[in-house]
Design a protein around this ligand. Structure first.
Ligand code: ARG
Length: 457
């Protein structure tokens, strides 16, 4: 047991209490941020004349040494310390002596941990954003290659109207683009520095909070010292944004799983991203997509957990808040892992373009266009709808597609049909005629692709 406090105690802490209270097993994850924050704090203390230049030099050198040694693996973060803050301070005092004891001047672990968590979150938001950007790049490439790869668009998981693979991927591009915007938004709202708030009521030292905020890349200092040490909103927002990312990945995974099934065969997942069965030799399973879908529950769980932890906490700091870390760390690692793996799977996935196009043809996805053909030849839409319904019934009985009917068969149902019906209901025409912005025609898609290209470069 090694604590930063103890002066007012007459008894040793019970070992079980100590273990229950300690956070070093997980908060060591932000040792780098803890040291970065301390260096800024000490730099400011010296500018304000609270520490001498020499003390500052000594402390910073000591802190940098600790950072280097931990990174190189020559200094082990020992769990005999209560938390990462205690470990760094105790190690510093051990190494440089008296000056080290001044590190914590004008600071509490409450504002320190608030700072560390913010620095950590900020770094991780950047990492998440990079991964989203990678995913968007892969999506854009698939879009560029497939503006004329026809496939059925679905509603109710029933074939509805023809679209292209580019159009389908574009829907996900939109989702993951919004996910990036959400991250930027969270970053902008949280990027204010809590350091200098002390335990809850600021400090009596003449700290320059603007300086520390600036040194650490924040927009400025937070404006209320109680809120500074008690705010975990940004973590809840991040968990919510990550839950949304996971929800998107999960929907996409579900589609990949369906598309990869023997019944659909729209895609083939690369061998490197699939797994086999221990008993059924023929199996090639989409485990990565299934795991991504499954892990979504973990991230939702973290969001619920932190919302619940925070709901009854009076101001200002309470130890409940230590519970923010494990769930947030796990949710971040999970989301990052899923993004990276999903992107790899998508990049290497093969699309069976013929199967997709045939599926669109055989699913009467051009039925709306057949009805529109009649309308263009003077038939009222409701009547046209009825006529095409008869065509579909006829095709189902004969097990053929609308495209396979002879012109005589067409005319037998309605004399309005002419030879140009085949052209009118071809996949290419059905898609090409949908030229409004956001629709699947090559023309519309190329405009959108340009916008996406500019956005990603
Ligand atoms: N390990 C603590 C946490 O994560 C650090 C803050 C401790 N502050 C306190 N007043 N006990 O929240």
């Amino acid at each position: 047991m090694a604590q930063l406090w103890g002066g007012r105690f007459t008894k040793e802490t019970d070992q079980l209490v100590y273990n229950f209270n300690a956070s070093i097993s997980f908060d060591q994850k932000f040792y780098e941020q803890d040291i970065r924050g301390s260096i800024a704090h000490v730099t400011m203390l010296a500018t304000q004349g609270i520490l001498t230049e020499e003390e500052k030099e000594q402390i910073i050198e000591g802190l940098q040494g600790i950072l280097r040694d931990v990174q190189e693996g020559t200094l082990e973060i020992s769990d005999k310390y209560e938390d990462i803050h205690s470990f760094v301070e105790a190690t510093l005092i051990d190494r440089i002596g008296e000056a080290g004891k001044k590190l914590h001047t004008g600071r509490s672990r409450n504002d320190q941990v608030a700072l560390d968590m913010k620095l950590y979150t900020r770094d991780e938001i950047d990492a998440l954003d990079d991964l989203l950007k990678e995913l968007l790049k892969v999506l854009l490439q698939i879009m560029k290659d497939n503006t004329e790869t026809f496939m059925p668009g679905f509603t109710h998981l029933q074939k509805a109207q023809p679209i292209t693979l580019a159009h389908h991927m574009g829907a996900y591009f939109e989702m993951f683009h919004r996910d990036r915007l959400r991250l930027t938004d969270i970053y902008d709202r949280m990027n204010y520095c809590p350091l200098g708030s002390g335990a809850l009521a600021g400090t009596t030292y003449p700290l320059d909070r603007n300086l520390t905020a600036e040194l650490l890349g924040f927009y400025g200092p937070t404006l209320n010292s109680m809120d500074s040490v008690a705010d975990r909103d940004y973590l809840i927002e991040l968990l919510s944004a990550m839950s949304t990312i996971m929800m998107h990945l999960s929907r996409f995974s579900e589609e990949v799983i369906i598309w990869n099934s023997n019944e659909y065969r729209f895609v083939e997942i690369d061998d490197a991203y699939s797994t086999g069965s221990s008993i059924m030799p023929q199996k090639k399973n989409p485990d990565i997509a299934e795991l991504v879908r499954g892990k979504t529950g973990r991230v939702y769980g973290a969001l619920m957990s932190l919302l619940t932890t925070m709901k009854g906490i009076p101001l200002a700091y309470n130890k409940d808040m230590q519970e923010d870390k494990e769930f947030v760390f796990d949710a971040i690692d999970t989301t990052k892992g899923c993004l990276a793996l999903f992107t790899g799977m998508l990049r290497t996935m093969r699309f069976n373009k013929d199967v997709m196009e045939n599926s669109a043809k055989n699913g009467f996805t051009n039925a709306t266009d057949a009805a529109d053909y009649l309308v263009n030849h003077g038939v009222a839409f409701r009547d046209a709808h009825g006529i095409v319904g008869q065509l579909v019934l006829y095709c189902i009985e004969k097990d053929i597609a609308l495209d396979d009917m002879t012109i005589e068969e067409y005319k037998a149902i309605s004399p309005v049909f002419e030879e140009d019906i085949y052209e009118a209901i071809s996949m290419k025409t059905c898609v090409d005629k949908r030229t409004t912005i956001g629709a699947p025609s090559k023309e519309s898609m190329e405009k959108v692709i340009k916008i996406y290209e500019n956005y990603l470069h």
